[in-house]
Design a protein around this ligand. Structure first.
Ligand SMILES: Nc1nc2c(c(=O)[nH]1)N[C@H]1C(S)=C(S)[C@@H](COP(=O)(O)OP(=O)(O)OC[C@H]3O[C@@H](n4cnc5c(N)ncnc54)[C@H](O)[C@@H]3O)O[C@H]1N2
Ligand code: MOO
Length: 341
């Protein structure tokens, strides 16, 4: 790169975008890379604080910031992601479908530990919408050495792209409502409508609901029956805490399902249970899921719809960030809830 005073730059080609920022008003690209400097541009460039410009002189070992950012994006983007043209040296990645964002956070740290390379993302396991920006990348200098870029490309793409968006599968959902008070009509069921609302964004298909008394053998029988009818996800509501009539965990166990966890470091939702009967997830949902706006259910259900089988270790990790602030106006998922590190 050669440094040229702006007064002598007429006719020369800008080799990078130049940014204008007016506090509280705008941040934009004032000049585009490739622009040929005209006489009338000189006062404008001076207003932007530019007394000099760079003239690009190709060097075999250096890669321009725009090309470097594009190469990083291309290597990091797996299925379900696309990227934009560079703007002011940055390339943004966006989701091409609704789904679950997957970020290999350990490899992300390794990329960002390289000198002069950055990749910023939303959190792993974030539910994202088609068209949503989920990551951005750039290099810090105007040109980066090819060896650093190649190392970053390897980390971004091997053994698999660092980022992807998994689409949701439209699972059939069976609901078993446990509670003698609901079964006998003392209390009107308030759980099923909440579940129907919560599964809709993932394309979940409501199969049916059955209301049963607090009896573990009946609960177990109805879980098996629901799976025979085609349920790909079974949700058993209520009866999850400490009263003698809270027998839903016993009912789930009595099916012979493999228990992954009962009791999670997440509030609200600590009394949640997850088990698998074959490949079908069976969840025990505590009463708070009916009552609180955002709970463990909102953390677990997207992963099930994305076809993931959860492990106990992942649930244990949820404790950090597992406390919902219960804000007056809920902004979940744009908050710390469920953002385990
Ligand atoms: N002493 C303790 N109390 C509680 C504990 C605890 O550990 N020790 N855990 C708390 C937590 S956490 C939760 S969450 C709640 C709810 O637990 P359950 O899932 O056992 O809820 P139930 O006992 O079945 O019912 C509680 C409440 O909700 C009404 N309910 C239940 N299902 C329905 C339904 N389908 N439709 C309408 N209403 C329903 C039920 O009638 C009760 O009023 O427990 C904490 N307490
Ligand atoms: O911890 Mo309960 O299962 O939140 O409300």
């Amino acid at each position: 790169m050669r440094l040229v005073p702006v007064a002598e730059a007429v006719g020369m080609v800008l080799c990078h975008d130049i940014t204008k920022i007016v506090p509280g008003v705008e941040k934009c690209r004032a000049f585009r890379r490739g622009h040929v400097v005209r006489k009338e541009d000189i006062p404008l460039l001076r207003d932007l604080g530019k007394e000099h410009i760079y003239v690009w002189e190709p060097a075999p070992d250096l890669i321009h910031e725009d090309e470097a950012a594009l190469r990083l994006a291309r290597h990091a983007a797996g299925p379900g992601l696309s990227w934009d043209e560079p703007n002011q040296g940055k390339v943004s990645l966006k989701a091409t479908c609704d789904g679950l964002l997957k970020v290999d956070s350990e490899r992300l740290k390794m990329v960002n530990n390289l000198e002069g390379v950055i990749l910023a993302t939303l959190h792993n396991n974030r539910v994202v919408a088609r068209g949503q920006f989920v990551a951005g990348t750039r290099v810090i200098p105007l040109a980066i050495h090819h060896s650093i870029l190649e190392e970053a490309e390897g980390l971004c793409s091997q053994p698999a792209p660092l980022l992807k968006v998994k689409p949701f599968q439209p699972l059939w959902v069976g609901v078993i409502t446990a509670g003698t008070e609901v079964y006998e009509g003392r209390v009107r069921d308030g759980f099923c409508s909440v579940i129907r609302q919560k599964i809709a964004p993932f394309g979940g298909r409501f199969l049916s609901q059955v209301i049963v008394p607090d009896d573990p053998l009946i609960i177990a029988r109805e879980i098996r029956h629901m799976i025979e009818k085609g349920a790909e996800l079974v949700l058993v509501t209520g009866g999850m805490s400490v009263d003698p009539d809270d027998v839903t965990p016993q009912g789930i166990r009595a099916t012979g399902a493999q228990e992954i966890f009962y009791g999670a470091p997440v509030l609200p939702g600590s009394m949640f249970m997850l088990a698998y009967l074959g490949h079908v997830p069976v969840c025990g949902l505590p009463g708070c899921i009916m009552f609180n706006r955002t709970t463990i259910f909102d953390l677990i259900i997207p992963r099930i719809f994305a076809g993931e089988r959860l492990s106990r270790a992942e649930i244990v990790a949820l404790g950090h960030g597992g406390l919902c602030e219960e804000c007056a106006v809920c902004r979940y998922p744009a908050c710390s809830f469920g953002k385990a590190t």
